[in-house]
Design a binder for this molecule. Sequence first.
Ligand code: WQD
Length: 328
Amino acid sequence: MKILVTGGAGYIGSHTCVALMEQGYSLVILDNFSNSKPAVLDNLRKLNDNFVFYHVDVTNEEALERIFSNHKIDGVIHFAGYKAVGESVAEPLKYYMNNVGSTMILAKVCQKYNVNKFVFSSSATVYGENQVPFKEDMELLPTTNPYGETKAMSERILMDVAKANPKFAVSILRYFNPVGAHESGLIGEDPNGIPNNLMPYITKVAKGELEKLRVFGNDYPTPDGTGIRDYIHVMDLAEGHVAAYKHLRKGVHIYNLGTGKGTSVLELVHAFEKANGIKVPYEIVERRPGDIAICYADASKAERELDWKAKRDIVDMCRDAWRFESGI
Ligand code: WQD
């Protein structure tokens, strides 16, 4: 029995593959390398080689059919998708076709091959401007970007599929802000081009590849004026997926994967500097359009129902991110 992991060469996907293989699962990994590199698979093999890989786009239904007919798939974990918020505003159709399209096609092939275990990679972005801490039973408010809408739509599609097929067991995981890297330093966050997200930008500045960090606004209603987020170590997130897969049961179950703690931009910068003994030059600039002031999870449901809780702290996140980026 194997688990199919779409987007398994990506940042969160590759770390989850490590955690799954550590638990003895055999994997079928798919990726089209639109936001990852083949070298990730070589490093993954250094950690564990209990997987086969297919260079496949998940919207390619025929390719999926071939894989499902050649392997006994027990369940799927669906990471594959574009995730750049700004890009989604500029190119909404690219995001709807890929993110929502891939979810529909994958769910369709699962139904055809009677594969009824489905873990979906969602995002805290679906909460929109709700009041923090975000809770799974909150009414979803419109998000500020098409990326967030693709996640909210995919969630609703999976709910409808589960209503029509009582055997379908779905776990929807809403991520907060994944950062850090596997302790080996072999895999980590390695976005193509200039990083959109805070931590990979900080590590590039620390490495001297980028001149300084632009802090997007210090006039938010927060203690130091900068944006607050719930940063979670990517290996905690990976282990959250293993727990969710093990606890899959019929119907749709939604879980926040966060720490429940908020950290500001400047707090993260200073934690990184202290943890690694490196100065990170920065400049306060204007707010980034679409950003919200504060975002952090009520993470208690996953702790209750999945017997999972994030256990790594901000120092671990900063040290592990730097070890991967610096190659030490
Ligand atoms: C974090 C904080 C910025 C960069 C996004 C997606 C979300 C999820 C995670 C996919 C904010 C500030 C950032 C920089 C800065 N992705 N910042 N300078 O926007 O919270 O979430 O990534 O699921 O869906 O929306 O993450 O890392 O971009 O920003 O000041 O160069 O850092 O304003 O306060 P975000 P982020």
